[in-house]
Write a protein that binds this ligand. Structure first.
Ligand code: BG6
Ligand code: MG
Length: 214
């Protein structure tokens, strides 16, 4: 019986996953290589620094911690530039209604994003008050695929993991949800997210009625 739904942010509620991709691609270009959409799948869900490590591995470059910090900051500045221009209309169709319907049905709703920019994004989208709990990248020691973020959300909601359902677009996120002992709806393609309990193309396709069938 599902009593709580936990939403990832980037790529689940809004297409900020694309802004992350554009910013990493720009950095990759500066480092002399082209970041493909396929390689980008590995960056989804993991922390900023872990994403950079993958970029450096793809580029075959070794850097000091200080140099890594400078590059991570540079990428974040570009990402924030995109994000600051966002408007509430960019929320994926049907998502705001889904969250409202869940809460009206007595289901707790949390946001669990590895991003340190998550609070800024939900404020810009005017949905900061739509969640019973918010957990972001500033509050965890280990990012997805570690289950920490989802377990923290479960604790904050007061709902045990077995009664939580996660919505995730990243392979690392699906793994984190399963490691936390939670069911998971994958948003995207079955090839990428086959470990999820169920896969749908878009978050807005999900309805409260489906909770009893999952
Ligand atoms: C996740 C994204 O939500 O947040 C990753 O899927 C991103 O692509 C990570 O790297 C960290 O985000 P930020 O905003 O802290 O750099
Ligand atoms: Mg995501």
């Amino acid at each position: 019986m599902v009593k709580a739904c936990i939403f990832d942010l980037d790529g689940v509620i809004v297409d900020t996953a694309h802004y992350h991709f554009l910013a990493w691609k720009r950095l990759a270009n500066e480092l002399g290589f082209n970041l493909t959409e396929t390689d980008n799948e590995r960056l989804k869900g993991v922390s900023r620094l872990q994403s950079l490590e993958i970029i450096l591995e793809l580029a075959g470059i070794t850097l000091s911690d200080h140099e890594k910090e400078l590059l991570a900051n540079k990428k974040n500045t570009w990402f924030v530039d995109y994000v600051e221009r966002m408007v509430p209309e960019e929320i994926f169709p049907g998502v705001r209604k889904l969250i409202q319907d869940l809460r009206s049905a007595g289901i707790k709703v949390a946001l669990a994003s590895s991003s340190k920019n998550a609070k800024t994004v939900i404020q810009l989208l005017h949905i900061q008050n739509d969640f019973d709990a918010v957990v972001d990248g500033t509050m965890i020691a280990h990012s997805k695929p570690d289950p920490e973020i989802f377990l923290l959300a479960s604790t904050k909601l007061g709902i045990p993991p077995s009664e939580c359902l996660v919505f995730e677009d990243a392979e690392a996120g699906v793994e984190a949800a399963r490691a936390a002992g939670m069911k998971c709806v994958g948003i995207g393609s079955h090839d990428q997210l086959g470990k999820a309990t169920k896969v749908i193309a878009k978050t807005g396709e999900f309805t409260v009625a489906e909770l009893s069938r999952i």
